[in-house]
Ligand binder design. Structure first.
Ligand code: TTP
Ligand code: MG
Length: 367
């Protein structure tokens, strides 16, 4: 089965956020990281904007070196809380594309597959193989990538680079090809040429040590790597040797989402007016649970974890979850365990504004 996978990577992420939020720094070199303490600082550079990169500043460089090289740059501390919340919004936008019913094929919608995987604070994969249009419609593929870029720009005023390929490996390598604000599509028939010209240290798992070893063997490009037999690579690089052999041929079966993807189905409802009567709340809750149960069956997956949400009239919100030993197989199980979680909140007799119920599980990799 041919696939189309996008790899989206934000440009100079931390620095771009600072540049956006501090227009006075626009166009000037910005370095985000440890305090340089006029060259005596001990930490490292987290990232630098593209202006600072022109002077050779890069992630993980000691901050003291960066200071010596570019003392006139603006040095800013890492504001992780801010970057995390921007990250969540950006990931929400990308995830939104995996979930747009209008883009997905009916089969895709029926099975409820996400095809989204966040890999770091500023990177994610999105699989669009199951979308409505034929897999070879590259115009449409490009249009979706552009729509993602536009939405991130519109809502967050940040740019990203997108790589598109038949698997995660190619998509990832492609996103790094044109930065910033790049869009690189590698069609299946272009994969081998694309790889041949790429350097081996671009491959995941090739750090400085392995790269040096490959170089000693005369292997600099992935094209050169491809000339070596599998046994030779296994002898020299152990189990990674097999991976190298496959990667050199553009083979990567890795699933988007894979085993780490948490899938869930849930609903919540805000009552017309705040409710204090346990009977009324229970009725509302069971109505919701019934809808969730139907959604779950429609999506065609099972879950083991039940989570309930209760919001009191003052917006104080509580969630409680219970993970069962086996997949919830009938509505009665959901009802019994859901009500058990809800009961302590009913007993408080405080007016409740909203209740919610969610079923989730860690799914298996897709096949
Ligand atoms: P990257 O995506 O590797 O880098 P980047 O987004 O800054 O730049 P590029 O345009 O090349 O993608 O990492 C994302 C963020 O993670 C980066 O903004 C800062 C942080 N980071 C560190 O804190 N330390 C590091 O060594 C690296 C590589 C990244
Ligand atoms: Mg990035």
């Amino acid at each position: 089965m041919e696939r189309i996978i996008l790899h989206i990577d934000m440009d100079a992420f931390f620095a771009a956020i600072e540049e956006r939020d501090n227009p006075q720094f626009k166009g000037k070199p910005i370095i985000v990281g440890a305090d340089p303490k006029e060259g005596k600082g001990r930490g490292v550079v987290s990232t630098a904007n593209y202006e600072a990169r022109k002077y050779g500043i890069h992630s993980a460089m000691p901050i003291s070196w960066a200071y010596r090289r570019l003392p006139q740059a603006t040095f800013l501390p890492v504001d992780m809380e801010k970057y995390q919340s921007v990250s969540e919004r950006v990931m929400g936008i990308i995830r939104g594309f995996a979930d747009k019913p209008a883009l997905r094929s009916p089969e895709h919608n029926r099975r409820g597959e996400g095809g989204f995987e966040q890999v770091s604070v500023d990177e994610a994969y999105l699989e669009i193989s199951n979308f409505k249009f034929p897999i070879s419609n590259w115009e449409k593929v490009e249009e979706i990538a552009k729509r993602i870029k536009e939405e991130i720009w519109e809502k967050e005023k940040l740019t990203c680079s997108i790589g598109i390929g038949p698997n995660k490996l190619i998509a990832k390598l492609a996103s790094g090809r044109k930065k910033p604000d790049g869009l690189t599509i590698i069609k299946p028939e272009e994969v081998l040429d694309f790889l041949s010209a790429s350097s081996v240290d671009e491959l995941p798992g090739v750090g400085p040590k392995t790269n040096a070893k490959l170089n000693r063997l005369g292997i600099y490009t992935i094209g050169q790597l491809r000339k070596y037999p599998r046994d030779f690579l296994a002898e020299n690089f152990g189990k990674f040797g097999f991976d190298f052999w496959e990667m050199a041929r553009g083979i990567d079966e890795g699933e988007v989402g894979g085993e780490n993807e948490i899938k869930s189905v849930g609903r919540q409802t805000t009552f017309e007016k705040d409710l204090s009567d346990p009977k009324e709340i229970t009725a509302g809750f069971l109505n919701l649970a019934d809808q969730v149960w139907r959604d779950l069956k429609e999506e065609g997956f099972g879950g083991k974890t039940i989570t309930i949400i209760v919001r009191y009239e003052n917006f104080e919100t509580h969630t409680k979850a219970n993970t069962l030993k086996t997949t919830i197989s009938d509505f009665k199980t959901l009802k019994v365990h859901g009500l058990k979680l809800l009961l302590p909140y009913l007993l408080r007799k405080r007016p409740i504004r909203l209740v919610g119920v969610r079923i989730s599980s860690l799914t298996k990799a897709r096949t």
